[in-house]
Structure formats: C-alpha cells, structure tokens
Ligand binder design. Structure first.
Ligand code: NAD
Length: 354
C-alpha cells in the first residue's frame, strides 16, 4: 500500500480526491489541512472510520511540522491542494493569498526537498510531487482565441491567479534546480459535491432553494470551462501515477459555458425538481450585480496533452454533472448548514466561476 500526503484535503477538491483515493486498499492518505473557513471535517465524514485515512490539523507554512510528517509517514507521493482559492477574497485581502499560496508553497517545497534527498531506490524513483493549480494563471481569452495549452504564457490578472502563478513557478524551479519530480496541473472551473457555497454553482443552488436573489456579475457573459470534480480527481490520480516528471498538464471539461447559461440551467433543474415551489419560475430570481474588478472574460482549456499521454477523458457531461450537483446540494443541506454556520458571512454577493 502506498502513502499519499494530501495537503488541503478538507477542502472541495482535496476532499473529493481523498474520498476517491482510499477505497480499493491501494492508498493510505495522510491529510494535512489548516481548516481555514474553506476546510471542514464534515467533508471528510465518509472517511471517519477508514483506517487508511489520517487527518492532521496543521499548516503547510509550518516547515517543522511538515518535515516531521514526512519522516513519520514516508509518503510515496504528495499532492498539494492547500491554497486560498477564492478570487473575490483575493481582491479584498490579497495578503492571505501571498502567505499561503506563495510562502506556504515555499515552506512545503523546502520540506519536501529535504525529504526527497533521503530517498533511494524504488521509493526515490517512484516519488512524485503534484501541485494542483488553475487555468487562471494564463489570463483571459477573447471570444475567438485559441484555448490555453501548456505553452500559453502566464498572464495572471487577479491576486489569486498571481499567487498561483508564483507557486507554479516555484514548483517548476524545484524540478529544474533540485531534480524534484514535480508535476503541475492547471485545471478549469470545478463543480460538484462539497464545494464551499461562496462559489457560483453551490451559491446559486442555495439562493434558488431559499427564493433569494440569484446574483450574476456584470452582464453574465463571462465564459468558464466546467469540469465535474470527480473527473478532475481522476486526472490528478493519473498524473500522480504516470505523469512525466517536470511536466505540466492542462485539465479541462471541454464544456465552455456563459455564466448566464449556467444560471438558467440551474433554474430549469430547480423548476423541474420543485414543481410546487412558490419561487417558480426560478429565473425570476436572477439579479445582475456590479461586476468583479478586473473580471476575466473567458477561460478555456485545451486538454489534448493529458488525453494523449495519459488517456484521460472527462466522463461527465455538463448537464448531467450539474443535475447530480443540484441533487447533491438538496440532499445535503446539513453539510451546507454546518460549513457555513461559523465562518462564512456572505461578504460579497456577486459571484463568478471561482
Ligand atoms: P478550497 O478553498 O475548497 O480548499 C482549500 C483547502 O486548503 C481548505 O481545506 C483549507 O483549509 C486548506 N488550506 C488553506 N490554507 C492552508 C494552509 N496554509 N495550510 C494547510 N491547508 C490550508 O479550494 P479548492 O477549490 O478545493 O481548490 C484546491 C486547489 O485547486 C487550489 O490550489 C486551487 O487553486 C486549485 N483549483 C481549484 C479550482 C476550482 O474550480 N475550485 C480549479 C482549478 C484549480
């Protein structure tokens, strides 16, 4: 059985990844998470009694702690999800993003570099550090522009995107300089179970359920490329197991959608699921709010490399994945209540993709 150190595994994607990785007896997950407002043990409830999942409450910025964990658990792979991830929050308080996404990444890489230098033989040959990143590092596309490839120059526009770009550069440099076997994955917008309800899709579902205004930034014409989170997790697993060291892989759903169309689809699903709802048609709840400063117009990923090299393809279409997601949020209102109870005060109303 192999051991994977997952950082940020109490968040949306890291939680889904940890849940997906543990059955089958192939992997033991050591899950390190600082439990910020975005990380919740409720997300890891399915793993509560699983002996192959160990949760550690701690911070990637704490190099001494990470070093101890590496020595104690001797992971075969490390997958880094730990980050501040919400663009709006990065506009309001960029310092947290620099602290975790840049300084935290540095501390983590330093600890891992030390650990890697102690490995030998098959353990060293098979070692992998996967850094999970975003398509936002590439900046914004015009309507007719080619989709982002791994060769697209970085042009981050928000403090969030800039901090992720910096972390990608550090990861790349640690491969180039120290020979650390790194992969970077740059993925498009994720959606699915356990996403914190400040992000577009879960927020809109919650608003529609309560009959509250469903906020859309600007003219609603911003385009995002949506990927069901479980497809993303499968791509990360493939990269962890088979990705060529030093390579970047773009991951996307091939599902470009205008925000306005996503909102309308959610309304239609809600109309269908709640024919007696007093809020029907839910489209009447749609409310335009002032645009996000510097709001990128379009993101779109060319996932040809991971498809060709690792045989990955998304299994979920956007309409089917969205329906599943709406149903999941309706079935898991307790999770939503638990994760929003203390920390989330709905500081900003408007939302975009992520
Ligand atoms: P999230 O905000 O839901 O989860 C982040 C997790 O990291 C939380 O559990 C939080 O507690 C933890 N964390 C934050 N700071 C930490 C620190 N200093 N030490 C340890 N843990 C810390 O984010 P997510 O949506 O799951 O995204 C995970 C990763 O994937 C991020 O790096 C993000 O940039 C990237 N990504 C996200 C998307 C998306 O659509 N959500 C798309 C592409 C890439």
């Amino acid at each position: 059985m192999k051991t994977v150190l997952v950082t940020g595994g109490a968040g949306f994607i890291g939680g889904n990844f940890s849940i997906a990785l543990t059955p089958g007896g192939q992997y033991r997950v050591v899950n390190l998470d600082a439990l910020t407002y975005a990380g919740h043990l409720e997300t890891l409830k399915p793993l509560e009694k699983n002996p192959n999942h160990i949760f550690i409450h701690g911070d990637i910025r704490d190099r001494a702690l990470v070093k101890t964990l590496l020595t104690e658990h001797a992971p075969d792979h490390i997958v880094n999800f730990a980050a501040e991830s919400h663009v709006d929050r990065s506009i309001d308080s960029p310092g947290d993003f620099i602290s975790t996404n840049v300084n935290g990444m540095f501390e983590l890489l330093e600890a891992v570099r030390g650990y890697y230098s102690t490995l030998s033989g098959a353990k060293r040959d098979g070692f992998k550090f996967v850094h999970v990143s975003t398509d936002e590092v590439y900046g914004s596309l015009g309507p007719g522009d080619e989709r982002f490839t791994e060769k697209t120059p970085y042009a981050p526009n928000s403090p969030y995107a800039a901090s992720k770009a910096a972390s990608d550069h550090l990861a790349r440099a640690y491969h180039h300089t120290y020979g650390l076997p790194v992969n970077i994955t740059n993925c498009s917008n994720n959606y699915g179970p356990y996403q914190f309800p400040e992000k577009l899709i879960p927020l809109l579902i919650s608003k529609a359920r309560r009959g509250e205004p469903m906020p859309v930034y600007g003219d609603g014409q911003n385009v995002r490329d949506w990927l069901y989170v479980k497809d993303h997790c499968e791509a990360i697993r493939l990269v962890m197991e088979k990705g060529r060291a030093g390579e970047t892989y773009n991951i996307g759903g091939g599902a470009e959608m205008k925000n306005m169309d996503v909102v309308k689809m959610i309304c239609a699903i809600m109309d269908e699921l709640f024919p007696q709802s007093p809020h029907r048609p839910h489209e009447k709840l749609i409310t335009f709010v002032q645009d996000r400063p510097g709001h990128d117009r379009r993101y779109a990923i060319n996932a040809g490399k991971i498809e060709k090299e690792l045989g990955w393809r998304p299994s979920e279409t956007f309409p089917a994945g969205l329906r599943k997601t709406v149903q999941w949020y309706l079935d898991n209102e307790e999770w939503v209540a638990a994760v929003t109870r203390e920390t989330y005060k709905g500081e900003r109303l408007g939302v975009s993709g992520k």
